[in-house]
Design a protein around this ligand. Structure first.
Ligand code: NAD
Ligand code: MG
Ligand code: MG
Ligand code: MG
Ligand code: MG
Ligand code: MG
Length: 330
């Protein structure tokens, strides 16, 4: 595994170039501010009247319509939501991709699944921070950085990797370490992680635990605390020091239950389903399904959202969180 640090990246490769950041959300604002603080020339591409337009202007950036930003810039970083990217690409980016420019992404979905096919004469790279935008900004401001992935899909200039690493340095990534990967690996592992573990797996586990206790006659309030609320405490420990540190911190009773019962819950059958889900990702079946779902106006997604919102865990959770004022959003 190749990991790049500050000494492996040369910021001066981008010195005389203009960088267009398309989108000013979680990642966009952090990239734009960090790159500017690194001494690079940054412009922001947004729709007039869009929600983050004024914020980017208030932060002192020149904000242009996306197609104008793309025509002005040598480096174009696409930080709008993934499902918006193909249309934005056709309308604003593609007509402005002259030879030698570099098109960049923070996630590989649209390139890997062929939703965006750039011309051969441009570099196509990815710099993907392994953390949300506010962390990318906060770590940079205190002189550190968030680890990133870097990948090259197309190297037209012979400088694609070096330019991508310079960009990664500009957002602070090489302070922490930048791991080389491919668009395929990044896309497939990202989808697998969110479907099987982080989002899909964890949500299903929480609901199954909650339902089991409630169906057995226990108060939903207790079921919520034990199967949902306390998850954060455990995840924080794992985040900080891995599974061993979490197990060190919990009681021996909890640890013995974990070691003997955990494997009965997530058993061979679950792993076999994970392998099938991975295969759907690798074959492009999931991507096709999601693209068609969007084209059809998201009928399945909307129905599932409504169904999930009506789950009893949501009503109990809302009531209990009212009792915990420190959880209130700022
Ligand atoms: P976001 O939803 O926070 O921000 C999207 C931005 O795009 C907003 O400023 C919005 O106003 C703008 N936008 C929406 N439609 C637009 C349009 N048609 N034209 C111009 N601008 C438009 O998005 P994000 O979470 O920062 O994600 C951006 C990219 O970064 C995605 O590819 C995502 O996969 C990737 N990524 C995100 C994270 C994360 O933690 N959020 C981490 C790594 C990579
Ligand atoms: Mg969402
Ligand atoms: Mg991910
Ligand atoms: Mg993802
Ligand atoms: Mg407990
Ligand atoms: Mg212990």
């Amino acid at each position: 595994m190749k990991i790049y640090y500050d000494q492996d990246a040369d910021l001066s490769l981008l010195k005389d170039q203009t960088i267009a950041i398309l989108g000013y959300g979680s990642q966009g604002h952090a990239h734009a501010l960090n790159l500017r603080d690194s001494g690079l020339k940054v412009i922001v591409g947004l729709r007039a009247g869009g929600p983050s337009y004024e914020r980017a202007q208030a932060d002192g950036f020149e904000v242009l319509a996306p197609h104008l930003a793309c025509s002005r810039a040598e480096i174009i970083m696409v930080l709008v939501p993934d499902q918006i990217q193909p249309q934005l690409y056709r309308e604003a980016i593609e007509p402005n991709l002259s030879p030698g420019k570099m098109l960049m992404f923070a996630h590989g979905f649209n390139i890997h699944y062929g939703q965006i096919v750039p011309p051969k004469e441009v570099d196509v790279t990815m710099v993907a921070p392994k953390g949300p935008g506010h962390l990318v900004r906060r770590e940079f401001e205190r002189g550190a950085g968030v680890p990133c992935l870097v990948a090259v899909h197309q190297d037209a200039t012979g400088q694609a990797l070096a330019r991508a690493l310079a960009y990664a340095k500009g957002i602070g990534g090489t302070r922490a370490g930048v791991i080389e990967t491919t668009f395929r690996e990044e896309t497939e592992t990202d989808l697998f992680g969110e479907q099987c573990v982080l989002c899909g797996g964890v949500s299903a586990l929480i609901k199954a635990g909650f339902e089991t206790l409630v169906e057995a006659g226990y108060p939903p309030e207790l079921a919520y605390f034990e199967c949902c609320h306390e998850l954060k405490l455990i995840v924080d420990l794992i985040y900080e020091g891995g599974l061993s540190f979490m197990r060190y911190s919990i009681s021996d009773t909890a640890e013995y239950g974990d070691l003997t019962r955990g494997p009965r819950i997530i058993d061979q059958r679950v792993k076999e389903e994970m392998k099938r889900i991975l295969e759907e990702i690798q074959s492009g079946r999931f991507a096709r399904e999601w693209i068609l779902e969007n084209q059809a106006g998201r009928p399945v997604m909307n129905a599932l959202r409504r169904q999930e919102a009506a789950h009893p865990i949501e009503e109990v959770g809302a009531r209990l969180r009212e009792m915990m004022p420190w959880l209130k959003k700022k």
